[in-house]
Design a binder for this molecule. Structure first.
Ligand SMILES: O=C(O)CCC(=O)C(=O)O
Ligand SMILES: [Fe+2]
Length: 348
């Protein structure tokens, strides 16, 4: 057969969102406008008490708040001794960041893959029974399948998606409001009421010190997990999840949120994050445990991309500090992609 000339295959991918966007490029100015936004101006204004789980804390109560608001605060989730041990195990890994994008401000110090640097994070935080229960409810998958003359039932257990310690320093600007499930191209739909089965990830964040609006507390947009994919959050719709050391903030990945500006001159906002995702969001076969790096280095860039050793835009499959693994496998190649996808200024 004759082989067709190379083309940009991304042009061929179907999209349910792009047809509703009008793009314009004038010189260096690239803008985008949502053509027909879904009419929905409902904004929730919960109080701290509305978002805080009362004692005795149960997974039922956390799930109920997550269904309504997309976020929930649990006081005294981890004991001080555990939070201190996590800090002691992780903080030596703070290094100067190497990524130059603007998703995290320059003043934010990060340690990533904390589950591999701190056994306490892996055992006491990630495997906390209440967090596991919330993950099972929102992102566990259980189904039955026909296999010959049998019906097979199967449970896919949630897995680690990312983990980090984020220390927001004085002078840091707001992180842009975003949904974490953009990683998985989750397309959110307007819903009156939460429907299970669509969530791709769940986060839990624990404070290492008092977090305040001034020092960069995580802010989130209550109820935005029920919004249409293309509704744009306004800054005033955000709630600042202020916390004390050991408190936890649970959040669905379909909820808009971001780290906040640190307007203090001398405080750091230190928090540990675990993000869990559906267990099935991975390839069927794990080829990485049995294959030496040299083998991958002998392959072409295209073969490495097809194997999954390159970032899936916008954010999936990165290495260390939002680096493209392709650059690590083939440092000699200029595959110049700290490429999170193309950015257009939104026009409202
Ligand atoms: O720093 C924060 O409070 C939020 C961080 C965040 O949204 C993220 O890492 O995806
Ligand atoms: Fe996030």
């Amino acid at each position: 057969m004759t082989v067709p000339p190379p083309q940009d295959l991304s042009e061929l991918a179907p999209s349910v969102t792009l047809s509703n966007v009008e793009f314009s490029v004038k010189g260096d100015v690239k803008t985008a406008r949502i053509k027909n936004p879904i009419k929905d101006e409902k904004s929730l204004k919960p109080t701290v008490a509305d978002l805080t789980i009362s004692e005795p804390v149960t997974a039922d109560k956390i799930a109920e708040k997550l269904e309504i608001y997309g976020g929930a605060i649990v006081k005294n989730f981890l004991a001080d001794e555990i939070v201190d041990r996590m800090w002691d195990e992780i903080s030596p890994h703070f290094t100067k960041r190497v990524w130059n994008g603007d998703f995290f401000p320059q003043e934010t110090q990060r340690v990533t893959a904390t589950v591999c640097k701190s056994k306490t994070v892996a055992e006491d935080f990630m495997c906390h029974p209440m967090f596991r229960e919330i993950c099972a409810r929102f992102i566990g998958k259980k189904n039955s399948f026909i296999m010959g003359d049998e019906l097979v039932t199967a449970y896919s257990e949630p897995q680690h998606n990312a983990s980090s310690m984020l220390s927001i320093g004085p002078g840091a600007k707001d992180q842009p409001l975003h949904r974490d499930d953009i990683t998985h191209h989750n397309i959110c739909q307007y819903r009156e009421k939460y429907e299970y089965g669509h969530e791709t990830a769940v986060a839990c964040a624990v404070a290492h010190n008092t977090t305040t609006k001034a020092n960069g507390a995580t802010r989130f947009v209550p109820g935005s997990h029920l919004w249409d994919h293309q509704r744009v959050p306004k800054p005033e719709e955000a709630f600042y999840a202020e916390m004390e050391k050991g408190d936890a903030f649970f959040m669905l990945a379909s909820c808009f949120h971001g780290g906040s500006a640190n307007t203090t001159t001398d405080e750091w906002r230190n928090m540990s994050f675990i993000f869990m995702t559906q267990g099935l969001l991975r390839p069927e076969i794990n080829i990485f445990l049995e294959t030496p790096l040299e083998y991958f280095q002998s392959l072409s860039v295209q073969a490495l991309k097809s194997i999954g050793l390159a970032v899936s835009q916008p954010f999936c499959g990165w290495y260390r500090d939002l680096e493209d693994p392709l650059k690590v496998v083939k440092p000699e190649q200029d595959n110049s992609s700290d490429d999170m996808g193309k950015g257009f200024q939104l026009v409202l």
